[in-house]
Design a binder for this molecule. Structure first.
Ligand code: NDP
Ligand code: MG
Length: 381
């Protein structure tokens, strides 16, 4: 029986994780769950799974939860999530919060020698070197939930990494893949949130539309698989059937395929190196799909992908700035304060204004993260 600490329980990945736990009560128990402010979504989960600890974002959410009659342990904020991530009774930490706020919990879980199932890619973008150093020191493997990285993980299984020529990440293209750049001037939040293949949280859906999501995933792959940026390629593949591939020195290419259902990579991260049945997901039917399409990425059409490669190659705090500027700009867009195309403008300005610091420690990363958010807000005022 694995006892799970689930951070971001009310989110898209969080809820799908609870679905896996529900289907395998003999394998998994929800020991603790953290969420932000969405009490309405959290309460049914709390009532069903009866976790020992619940973590909420703010003290006022704690009061609301108490008023609703919840009498168990309630922790607050990032400190509360850290307590769960390092709790002696937690075996697996599923980090599915949105944003770099998940960083300290990821680091805590690694230092506490937990199995870490990581959806929170911002953790690796903002501080990949710290995370991977800690993982190496503690001999902890980080199991990716992101579908592309779960695919690569499986394509590398049993292989020698030095034989891998390159990683090929596939990109669905997001909500605006069939629009020209000129057509993006007046797109709305609602348009951006309408993803063709996946149903996900708001921030990552906008990231998919700007292609920043793929940029973040390039950096995520760089850290997880210790691969230089020149050996990470992105191609557009609109059907999201091939989740990613690895090309080897002998030109063998190994791909992982499946229907677009995040429960598949979530469950694999929980059961690795074993597999469990997952009856509720559809079987992939290639005959029904018939044709798969692949296209070269257009870096002029998707400047966020270019910015991510550039920031990744500079390294140090440059990717911290990339991530924080993106989080802030997307929040402003979702709040109706800026247009869709202003997202990339703000990120580029923040990157240009920054002199990267090499090998930053956690404090430096947190300071640069905060300063970048303020800077981006000041551009809009
Ligand atoms: P959602 O926005 O759906 O969920 C985010 C979760 O984090 C919610 O439970 C939210 O609580 C919680 N949260 C947000 N801010 C805080 C905070 N400050 N303190 C505590 N909890 C907080 O996001 P997704 O599930 O879509 O994505 C989560 C992560 O997984 C992201 O890093 C994303 O990039 C990654 N990912 C997601 C995929 C997907 O299919 N959704 C695919 C691959 C990766 P509340 O509901 O109360 O606001
Ligand atoms: Mg992905």
């Amino acid at each position: 029986m694995k006892r799970i600490g689930l951070l971001g329980a009310t989110g898209s990945i969080g809820v799908q994780t609870t679905d896996i736990i529900r289907k395998h009560p003999e394998q998994f128990a929800l020991f603790a769950m953290a969420f932000g402010r969405n009490v309405e979504k959290a309460l049914p989960l709390i009532n069903e799974f009866n976790p020992e600890i619940v973590v909420v974002q703010d003290p006022d959410v704690k009061e609301t939860l108490k008023r609703q009659g919840y009498q168990g342990l309630i922790y607050v904020g990032t400190e509360g999530m850290y307590e769960v991530a390092t709790h002696p009774e937690v075996d697996v930490v599923v980090n599915a919060v949105m944003g770099s706020v998940g960083l300290s919990s990821t680091l805590g879980a690694i230092e506490a020698n937990k199995q870490v199932a990581l959806a929170n890619k911002e953790t690796l973008v903002t501080a990949g070197h710290l995370v991977m150093d800690a993982a190496k020191r503690n001999n902890v493997s980080i199991l990716p939930i992101d579908s592309e990285h779960s695919a690569i993980h499986q394509c590398l299984n049993g292989e020698s990494k030095k034989d891998a020529n390159k990683i090929i990440l596939t990109a669905s293209g997001g909500s605006f893949r069939d629009k020209k750049r000129e057509e993006l001037e007046n797109v709305t939040v609602e348009d951006a949130l309408n993803h063709p293949n996946w149903s996900m949280g708001a921030k990552i859906t906008v990231d998919s539309a700007t292609m920043m999501n793929k940029g973040l995933e390039v950096i995520e792959a760089h850290w997880l698989f210790d691969m230089p940026y020149d050996q990470i390629e992105v191609i557009q593949h609109r059907e999201s059937v091939i989740h990613s591939m690895v090309e080897y020195v002998d030109k063998n290419v190994i791909a992982q395929l499946g229907t677009p259902d995040m429960r598949v990579p979530i469950q694999y991260a929980l059961t690795y190196p074993n597999r469990l049945e997952l009856n509720q997901t559809k079987t992939l039917n290639l005959v029904d799909i018939g044709t798969l399409h692949f296209e070269e990425m257009d870096f002029a059409r998707f400047p966020c992908l270019r910015l991510a490669y550039e920031a990744g190659r500079v390294g140090g705090t440059m990717t911290t700035v990339l991530n924080a500027a993106n989080e802030q700009a997307v929040a402003l867009f979702l709040n109706g304060e800026i247009s869709f195309l202003t997202i990339e403008t703000l990120i580029e300005r923040a990157l240009e204004a920054h002199d990267a610091i090499e090998h930053p420690n956690l404090e430096t990363i947190q300071r640069v993260d905060e300063e970048t958010r303020e800077l981006v807000k000041s551009y809009v005022k």
